[in-house]
Design a protein around this ligand. Sequence first.
Ligand code: LLP
Length: 416
Amino acid sequence: MDSFSYTQQQLHAENLPVGELAQRYGTPLYIYSRQAIETQFQAYLDGLGKHPGLICFAVKANSNIGVLSCLAKQGAGFDIVSVGELERVIAAGGEPSKVVFSGVAKKAFEMRRALEVGIHCFNVESAAELERLNDVAGEMGKVAPISLRVNPDVDAKTHPYISTGLKENKFGVDYRLAKAFYQRAAQMGNVKIIGMDCHIGSQLLEPQPFADALERLLSLIAELKAEGIVLQHIDMGGGIGVKYEAADQEPDVASYIADLVAHLEGTGLSLVLEPGRSIVANAGIMVTEVEYLKDNGEHHFAIVDAGMNDLIRPSLYQAWMDIVPVDAASQGKNAQWDIVGPVCESTCFLGKGRNLNIAQGDLLAVKSAGAYSFVMASNYNTRTRPAELMVDGDKVTVVRQRESLADLWAGESTID
Ligand code: LLP
Protein backbone atom coordinates (compact mmCIF):
# COMPACT_ATOMS: atom_id res chain seq x y z
CA MET A 1 0.00 0.00 0.00
CA ASP A 2 1.04 3.60 -0.60
CA SER A 3 1.67 5.59 2.56
CA PHE A 4 1.35 8.81 0.55
CA SER A 5 -2.19 9.07 -0.80
CA TYR A 6 -5.02 11.55 -1.22
CA THR A 7 -7.88 12.11 1.20
CA GLN A 8 -10.35 14.76 0.02
CA GLN A 9 -7.90 15.78 -2.71
CA GLN A 10 -5.15 16.55 -0.16
CA LEU A 11 -1.94 14.51 -0.22
CA HIS A 12 -1.35 12.79 3.12
CA ALA A 13 1.71 11.22 4.67
CA GLU A 14 0.05 8.34 6.53
CA ASN A 15 -2.67 10.25 8.48
CA LEU A 16 -1.20 13.74 8.22
CA PRO A 17 -1.94 16.32 5.51
CA VAL A 18 1.29 17.17 3.69
CA GLY A 19 0.15 20.78 3.16
CA GLU A 20 -0.07 21.36 6.91
CA LEU A 21 3.33 19.80 7.50
CA ALA A 22 4.85 22.08 4.84
CA GLN A 23 3.23 25.09 6.45
CA ARG A 24 4.54 24.16 9.87
CA TYR A 25 8.06 23.07 8.91
CA GLY A 26 8.73 25.03 5.69
CA THR A 27 9.93 23.88 2.29
CA PRO A 28 11.86 22.21 0.76
CA LEU A 29 10.97 19.38 3.10
CA TYR A 30 11.58 15.64 3.17
CA ILE A 31 8.87 13.47 4.72
CA TYR A 32 9.29 9.75 5.45
CA SER A 33 6.70 7.16 6.42
CA ARG A 34 7.68 4.80 9.20
CA GLN A 35 5.01 2.33 8.18
CA ALA A 36 6.34 2.16 4.60
CA ILE A 37 9.91 1.53 5.80
CA GLU A 38 8.81 -1.23 8.17
CA THR A 39 6.61 -2.90 5.55
CA GLN A 40 9.43 -3.06 3.01
CA PHE A 41 11.92 -4.37 5.56
CA GLN A 42 9.42 -7.02 6.60
CA ALA A 43 9.13 -8.17 2.96
CA TYR A 44 12.83 -9.08 3.10
CA LEU A 45 12.33 -11.03 6.32
CA ASP A 46 9.32 -12.81 4.80
CA GLY A 47 11.40 -13.81 1.77
CA LEU A 48 14.14 -15.16 4.01
CA GLY A 49 11.64 -17.24 5.97
CA LYS A 50 13.44 -19.72 8.21
CA HIS A 51 16.67 -19.64 6.22
CA PRO A 52 19.51 -18.17 8.31
CA GLY A 53 20.45 -14.72 7.11
CA LEU A 54 20.96 -11.05 7.76
CA ILE A 55 19.34 -8.08 6.03
CA CYS A 56 21.87 -5.25 6.13
CA PHE A 57 20.26 -1.95 5.12
CA ALA A 58 22.63 0.01 2.83
CA VAL A 59 23.11 3.14 4.93
CA LYS A 60 24.17 5.21 1.93
CA ALA A 61 20.59 5.16 0.62
CA ASN A 62 19.30 7.12 3.62
CA SER A 63 21.53 7.66 6.61
CA ASN A 64 19.24 9.76 8.79
CA ILE A 65 19.49 8.29 12.29
CA GLY A 66 15.71 8.41 12.64
CA VAL A 67 15.47 6.05 9.66
CA LEU A 68 18.34 3.89 10.92
CA SER A 69 16.83 3.62 14.40
CA CYS A 70 13.50 2.55 12.94
CA LEU A 71 15.28 -0.26 11.07
CA ALA A 72 17.50 -1.18 14.04
CA LYS A 73 14.34 -1.71 16.10
CA GLN A 74 13.15 -4.16 13.43
CA GLY A 75 16.37 -6.17 13.86
CA ALA A 76 18.14 -4.90 10.74
CA GLY A 77 21.85 -5.14 10.15
CA PHE A 78 23.63 -2.42 8.17
CA ASP A 79 25.91 -2.20 5.16
CA ILE A 80 28.33 0.70 5.61
CA VAL A 81 30.97 2.30 3.39
CA SER A 82 32.71 4.65 5.81
CA VAL A 83 33.49 5.08 9.48
CA GLY A 84 30.99 7.95 9.42
CA GLU A 85 28.23 5.53 8.50
CA LEU A 86 29.44 3.16 11.24
CA GLU A 87 29.16 5.91 13.86
CA ARG A 88 25.67 6.79 12.60
CA VAL A 89 24.60 3.15 12.99
CA ILE A 90 25.94 3.11 16.55
CA ALA A 91 24.28 6.46 17.35
CA ALA A 92 20.99 5.06 16.02
CA GLY A 93 21.20 2.00 18.30
CA GLY A 94 22.26 -0.48 15.60
CA GLU A 95 24.34 -3.50 16.58
CA PRO A 96 27.95 -3.46 15.29
CA SER A 97 27.87 -7.27 15.20
CA LYS A 98 25.32 -6.97 12.37
CA VAL A 99 27.39 -4.59 10.24
CA VAL A 100 29.14 -5.41 6.96
CA PHE A 101 31.72 -2.93 5.71
CA SER A 102 31.86 -2.41 1.91
CA GLY A 103 33.84 0.17 -0.08
CA VAL A 104 36.97 0.27 -2.23
CA ALA A 105 39.06 2.72 -0.22
CA LYS A 106 38.91 1.75 3.45
CA LYS A 107 41.50 3.67 5.44
CA ALA A 108 43.47 2.11 8.30
CA PHE A 109 41.72 4.21 10.97
CA GLU A 110 38.34 3.08 9.63
CA MET A 111 39.42 -0.56 9.83
CA ARG A 112 40.66 0.01 13.39
CA ARG A 113 37.33 1.43 14.56
CA ALA A 114 35.39 -1.38 12.87
CA LEU A 115 37.62 -3.99 14.56
CA GLU A 116 37.29 -2.21 17.90
CA VAL A 117 33.47 -2.37 17.85
CA GLY A 118 33.44 -5.90 16.39
CA ILE A 119 31.62 -5.73 13.05
CA HIS A 120 30.28 -8.87 11.40
CA CYS A 121 32.37 -8.76 8.23
CA PHE A 122 34.71 -6.71 6.05
CA ASN A 123 33.75 -6.93 2.38
CA VAL A 124 37.28 -6.74 0.99
CA GLU A 125 37.54 -5.22 -2.49
CA SER A 126 41.22 -5.74 -3.47
CA ALA A 127 44.37 -7.73 -2.70
CA ALA A 128 46.03 -4.55 -1.40
CA GLU A 129 43.15 -3.95 1.02
CA LEU A 130 43.49 -7.54 2.28
CA GLU A 131 47.18 -6.94 3.10
CA ARG A 132 46.35 -3.70 4.94
CA LEU A 133 43.52 -5.28 6.91
CA ASN A 134 45.72 -8.20 7.99
CA ASP A 135 48.39 -5.72 9.19
CA VAL A 136 45.91 -3.50 11.05
CA ALA A 137 44.23 -6.46 12.75
CA GLY A 138 47.67 -7.89 13.63
CA GLU A 139 48.72 -4.64 15.31
CA MET A 140 45.53 -4.76 17.42
CA GLY A 141 45.92 -8.47 18.26
CA LYS A 142 42.61 -9.17 16.51
CA VAL A 143 41.32 -11.37 13.72
CA ALA A 144 39.22 -9.64 11.03
CA PRO A 145 36.27 -11.60 9.59
CA ILE A 146 36.32 -11.22 5.80
CA SER A 147 34.42 -11.80 2.62
CA LEU A 148 35.77 -11.08 -0.85
CA ARG A 149 33.69 -8.82 -3.06
CA VAL A 150 33.72 -10.72 -6.31
CA ASN A 151 33.07 -8.88 -9.55
CA PRO A 152 31.10 -11.48 -11.50
CA ASP A 153 31.25 -9.57 -14.79
CA VAL A 154 27.52 -9.63 -15.46
CA ASP A 155 25.53 -6.87 -17.08
CA ALA A 156 23.01 -5.50 -14.60
CA LYS A 157 21.11 -3.78 -17.44
CA THR A 158 20.72 -0.57 -15.49
CA HIS A 159 22.00 3.00 -15.93
CA PRO A 160 25.80 2.83 -16.56
CA TYR A 161 26.47 5.20 -13.63
CA ILE A 162 24.88 2.77 -11.17
CA SER A 163 26.12 -0.48 -12.70
CA THR A 164 28.92 -2.00 -10.65
CA GLY A 165 29.41 -5.66 -11.62
CA LEU A 166 31.22 -5.37 -14.95
CA LYS A 167 34.96 -5.76 -15.25
CA GLU A 168 35.33 -2.12 -16.33
CA ASN A 169 33.85 -1.06 -12.96
CA LYS A 170 36.24 -0.31 -10.07
CA PHE A 171 34.44 -2.59 -7.63
CA GLY A 172 35.54 -5.96 -6.28
CA VAL A 173 37.98 -8.52 -7.67
CA ASP A 174 37.48 -10.24 -11.03
CA TYR A 175 35.88 -13.63 -10.38
CA ARG A 176 38.69 -15.33 -12.30
CA LEU A 177 41.19 -14.05 -9.70
CA ALA A 178 39.06 -14.83 -6.67
CA LYS A 179 40.54 -18.24 -5.94
CA ALA A 180 44.10 -16.90 -5.65
CA PHE A 181 42.78 -14.19 -3.32
CA TYR A 182 41.18 -16.76 -0.99
CA GLN A 183 44.31 -18.94 -1.04
CA ARG A 184 46.38 -15.93 0.05
CA ALA A 185 43.85 -14.98 2.75
CA ALA A 186 43.83 -18.55 4.08
CA GLN A 187 47.54 -18.23 4.86
CA MET A 188 47.17 -15.01 6.82
CA GLY A 189 47.20 -14.98 10.61
CA ASN A 190 44.88 -12.05 11.23
CA VAL A 191 41.95 -12.55 8.90
CA LYS A 192 39.26 -15.21 9.01
CA ILE A 193 37.45 -16.12 5.80
CA ILE A 194 33.70 -16.22 6.38
CA GLY A 195 31.98 -15.26 3.15
CA MET A 196 31.80 -14.11 -0.45
CA ASP A 197 29.89 -11.10 -1.71
CA CYS A 198 28.93 -9.18 -4.80
CA HIS A 199 26.84 -6.17 -5.72
CA ILE A 200 26.17 -5.81 -9.42
CA GLY A 201 24.28 -2.54 -9.58
CA SER A 202 21.27 -0.61 -8.47
CA GLN A 203 17.67 -0.14 -9.68
CA LEU A 204 17.53 -3.62 -11.25
CA LEU A 205 14.04 -4.45 -12.41
CA GLU A 206 14.75 -7.95 -13.79
CA PRO A 207 15.84 -11.03 -11.83
CA GLN A 208 18.12 -12.54 -14.51
CA PRO A 209 21.33 -10.59 -13.71
CA PHE A 210 21.01 -11.63 -10.04
CA ALA A 211 20.56 -15.26 -11.08
CA ASP A 212 23.65 -15.08 -13.34
CA ALA A 213 25.74 -13.56 -10.54
CA LEU A 214 24.51 -16.13 -8.03
CA GLU A 215 25.46 -18.98 -10.34
CA ARG A 216 29.01 -17.60 -10.76
CA LEU A 217 29.46 -17.16 -7.02
CA LEU A 218 28.08 -20.59 -6.14
CA SER A 219 30.43 -22.33 -8.55
CA LEU A 220 33.39 -20.43 -7.07
CA ILE A 221 32.27 -21.36 -3.56
CA ALA A 222 32.13 -25.04 -4.61
CA GLU A 223 35.68 -24.82 -6.04
CA LEU A 224 36.93 -23.31 -2.80
CA LYS A 225 35.22 -26.02 -0.77
CA ALA A 226 37.06 -28.67 -2.79
CA GLU A 227 40.28 -27.01 -1.60
CA GLY A 228 39.19 -27.02 2.02
CA ILE A 229 38.13 -23.36 2.16
CA VAL A 230 34.59 -23.45 3.54
CA LEU A 231 32.44 -20.32 3.63
CA GLN A 232 29.60 -19.51 6.02
CA HIS A 233 27.68 -16.92 4.01
CA ILE A 234 26.97 -15.54 0.59
CA ASP A 235 26.13 -11.84 0.31
CA MET A 236 24.25 -10.90 -2.86
CA GLY A 237 24.44 -7.16 -2.21
CA GLY A 238 21.55 -4.82 -2.87
CA GLY A 239 20.10 -3.58 -6.11
CA ILE A 240 16.41 -4.50 -6.29
CA GLY A 241 14.70 -1.64 -8.13
CA VAL A 242 11.53 0.24 -7.36
CA LYS A 243 8.74 1.70 -9.43
CA TYR A 244 9.49 5.30 -10.40
CA GLU A 245 7.40 5.43 -13.59
CA ALA A 246 4.01 3.92 -14.25
CA ALA A 247 5.58 1.53 -16.79
CA ASP A 248 8.14 0.14 -14.29
CA GLN A 249 7.42 -3.38 -13.09
CA GLU A 250 8.48 -3.36 -9.46
CA PRO A 251 9.97 -6.71 -8.42
CA ASP A 252 8.16 -8.47 -5.61
CA VAL A 253 10.82 -8.45 -2.89
CA ALA A 254 9.59 -11.41 -0.85
CA SER A 255 9.33 -13.77 -3.82
CA TYR A 256 12.64 -12.63 -5.25
CA ILE A 257 14.39 -13.40 -1.95
CA ALA A 258 12.54 -16.69 -1.61
CA ASP A 259 13.93 -17.66 -5.06
CA LEU A 260 17.48 -16.90 -3.95
CA VAL A 261 16.95 -18.90 -0.77
CA ALA A 262 15.72 -21.88 -2.81
CA HIS A 263 19.08 -21.95 -4.62
CA LEU A 264 20.92 -22.03 -1.31
CA GLU A 265 19.14 -25.05 0.16
CA GLY A 266 21.66 -27.74 1.03
CA THR A 267 24.70 -25.47 0.57
CA GLY A 268 25.02 -24.67 4.26
CA LEU A 269 25.34 -20.99 3.35
CA SER A 270 23.44 -18.27 5.14
CA LEU A 271 22.24 -15.31 3.06
CA VAL A 272 23.31 -11.72 3.61
CA LEU A 273 21.69 -8.91 1.61
CA GLU A 274 22.42 -5.17 1.40
CA PRO A 275 19.23 -3.52 0.16
CA GLY A 276 18.96 0.26 0.20
CA ARG A 277 16.62 1.76 -2.38
CA SER A 278 13.94 -0.96 -2.21
CA ILE A 279 13.48 -0.33 1.53
CA VAL A 280 13.33 3.46 1.60
CA ALA A 281 12.73 4.98 -1.86
CA ASN A 282 8.96 4.82 -1.83
CA ALA A 283 8.86 5.64 1.87
CA GLY A 284 9.77 9.26 1.21
CA ILE A 285 8.69 12.40 -0.62
CA MET A 286 10.22 15.82 -1.04
CA VAL A 287 7.86 18.78 -0.86
CA THR A 288 8.61 22.03 -2.65
CA GLU A 289 6.76 25.31 -3.17
CA VAL A 290 6.22 27.02 -6.53
CA GLU A 291 7.85 30.45 -6.32
CA TYR A 292 7.19 31.75 -9.83
CA LEU A 293 5.68 30.73 -13.14
CA LYS A 294 7.18 31.91 -16.38
CA ASP A 295 6.61 31.26 -20.07
CA ASN A 296 9.47 31.43 -22.57
CA GLY A 297 7.72 31.01 -25.88
CA GLU A 298 6.37 27.49 -25.85
CA HIS A 299 8.24 26.58 -22.69
CA HIS A 300 6.39 26.74 -19.41
CA PHE A 301 8.56 26.89 -16.31
CA ALA A 302 7.41 26.32 -12.77
CA ILE A 303 10.28 27.65 -10.66
CA VAL A 304 10.29 25.88 -7.31
CA ASP A 305 12.24 26.35 -4.09
CA ALA A 306 14.04 22.97 -4.27
CA GLY A 307 16.98 22.51 -6.57
CA MET A 308 19.62 20.07 -7.68
CA ASN A 309 21.41 20.68 -4.40
CA ASP A 310 18.38 19.29 -2.54
CA LEU A 311 17.68 16.38 -4.90
CA ILE A 312 20.26 15.67 -7.58
CA ARG A 313 19.00 12.42 -9.15
CA PRO A 314 17.20 14.02 -12.14
CA SER A 315 20.24 16.20 -12.95
CA LEU A 316 22.85 13.52 -12.39
CA TYR A 317 21.27 10.41 -13.91
CA GLN A 318 18.42 11.87 -15.94
CA ALA A 319 16.33 9.99 -13.36
CA TRP A 320 12.58 10.36 -13.84
CA MET A 321 10.79 10.97 -10.55
CA ASP A 322 7.06 11.46 -10.30
CA ILE A 323 5.89 14.95 -9.32
CA VAL A 324 2.37 15.35 -7.95
CA PRO A 325 0.32 18.23 -6.57
CA VAL A 326 -0.14 18.40 -2.79
CA ASP A 327 -3.60 19.86 -3.41
CA ALA A 328 -5.13 17.82 -6.24
CA ALA A 329 -7.86 20.46 -6.59
CA SER A 330 -5.40 23.20 -7.58
CA GLN A 331 -7.04 25.68 -9.93
CA GLY A 332 -3.72 26.53 -11.56
CA LYS A 333 -2.90 26.68 -15.23
CA ASN A 334 -2.81 23.39 -17.09
CA ALA A 335 0.34 22.98 -19.21
CA GLN A 336 3.39 20.82 -19.84
CA TRP A 337 5.61 22.26 -17.15
CA ASP A 338 9.37 22.10 -16.70
CA ILE A 339 9.79 22.01 -12.93
CA VAL A 340 13.05 23.84 -12.35
CA GLY A 341 14.97 24.87 -9.26
CA PRO A 342 16.84 27.97 -8.10
CA VAL A 343 20.43 26.79 -8.64
CA CYS A 344 22.33 28.63 -11.37
CA GLU A 345 22.88 25.66 -13.66
CA SER A 346 20.79 24.58 -16.63
CA THR A 347 20.79 21.05 -15.18
CA CYS A 348 18.92 22.25 -12.09
CA PHE A 349 15.53 20.68 -12.70
CA LEU A 350 13.30 18.13 -10.97
CA GLY A 351 11.26 17.10 -14.00
CA LYS A 352 10.50 18.21 -17.53
CA GLY A 353 7.33 18.36 -19.60
CA ARG A 354 5.00 17.40 -16.72
CA ASN A 355 1.32 17.73 -17.36
CA LEU A 356 0.03 19.47 -14.23
CA ASN A 357 -2.25 22.28 -13.07
CA ILE A 358 0.03 24.76 -11.32
CA ALA A 359 -0.46 28.16 -9.71
CA GLN A 360 2.15 30.31 -7.99
CA GLY A 361 2.35 29.29 -4.33
CA ASP A 362 1.23 25.68 -4.95
CA LEU A 363 3.04 22.83 -3.24
CA LEU A 364 4.39 19.93 -5.29
CA ALA A 365 5.69 16.59 -4.01
CA VAL A 366 8.48 14.62 -5.67
CA LYS A 367 7.71 10.98 -5.01
CA SER A 368 10.10 8.06 -4.32
CA ALA A 369 12.48 10.50 -2.64
CA GLY A 370 13.34 8.32 0.35
CA ALA A 371 16.51 6.89 -1.24
CA TYR A 372 19.60 8.65 -2.60
CA SER A 373 17.89 11.98 -2.20
CA PHE A 374 18.56 13.90 1.02
CA VAL A 375 21.83 11.94 1.41
CA MET A 376 23.11 13.40 -1.85
CA ALA A 377 22.10 16.97 -0.97
CA SER A 378 24.76 19.66 -0.88
CA ASN A 379 25.10 23.31 0.07
CA TYR A 380 25.84 24.45 -3.49
CA ASN A 381 24.84 28.10 -4.00
CA THR A 382 25.04 28.46 -0.19
CA ARG A 383 21.68 26.85 0.26
CA THR A 384 20.72 25.26 3.55
CA ARG A 385 19.74 21.61 3.35
CA PRO A 386 16.08 20.76 4.04
CA ALA A 387 14.51 19.44 7.21
CA GLU A 388 13.52 15.76 7.40
CA LEU A 389 10.37 14.47 9.12
CA MET A 390 9.28 10.97 10.08
CA VAL A 391 5.55 10.38 10.18
CA ASP A 392 4.10 7.49 12.16
CA GLY A 393 0.30 7.36 11.95
CA ASP A 394 -0.72 10.79 13.17
CA LYS A 395 2.54 11.54 14.93
CA VAL A 396 5.41 13.49 13.41
CA THR A 397 9.04 13.68 14.52
CA VAL A 398 11.58 16.14 13.16
CA VAL A 399 14.40 13.68 12.50
CA ARG A 400 16.61 16.46 11.16
CA GLN A 401 16.30 20.19 11.72
CA ARG A 402 16.60 22.46 8.72
CA GLU A 403 20.16 23.77 8.52
CA SER A 404 20.66 27.40 9.52
CA LEU A 405 22.70 29.84 7.47
CA ALA A 406 25.22 30.15 10.29
CA ASP A 407 25.77 26.35 10.12
CA LEU A 408 27.04 26.78 6.59
CA TRP A 409 30.21 28.72 7.38
CA ALA A 410 30.66 27.58 10.97
CA GLY A 411 33.99 25.87 10.20
CA GLU A 412 35.35 28.57 7.91
CA SER A 413 37.55 31.55 8.74
CA THR A 414 38.44 34.89 7.20
CA ILE A 415 42.10 35.77 6.63
CA ASP A 416 44.12 38.71 7.98
N1 LLP B 1 25.75 -2.63 -1.49
C1 LLP B 1 26.72 -1.95 -2.14
C2 LLP B 1 28.08 -2.42 -2.05
C3 LLP B 1 26.38 -0.81 -2.91
O1 LLP B 1 27.34 -0.15 -3.56
C4 LLP B 1 25.04 -0.37 -2.96
C5 LLP B 1 24.66 0.82 -3.74
C6 LLP B 1 24.06 -1.10 -2.23
C7 LLP B 1 24.46 -2.23 -1.51
C8 LLP B 1 22.60 -0.71 -2.21
O2 LLP B 1 22.02 -0.83 -3.46
P1 LLP B 1 20.45 -0.56 -3.64
O3 LLP B 1 19.70 -1.69 -2.97
O4 LLP B 1 20.15 0.74 -3.03
O5 LLP B 1 20.26 -0.55 -5.11
N2 LLP B 1 22.86 7.20 -6.20
C9 LLP B 1 22.33 6.23 -7.12
C10 LLP B 1 22.43 4.82 -6.59
C11 LLP B 1 23.86 4.41 -6.21
C12 LLP B 1 23.94 3.02 -5.64
C13 LLP B 1 25.30 2.77 -5.07
N3 LLP B 1 25.49 1.50 -4.42
C14 LLP B 1 20.89 6.62 -7.47
O6 LLP B 1 20.41 7.64 -6.98
O7 LLP B 1 20.23 5.95 -8.25
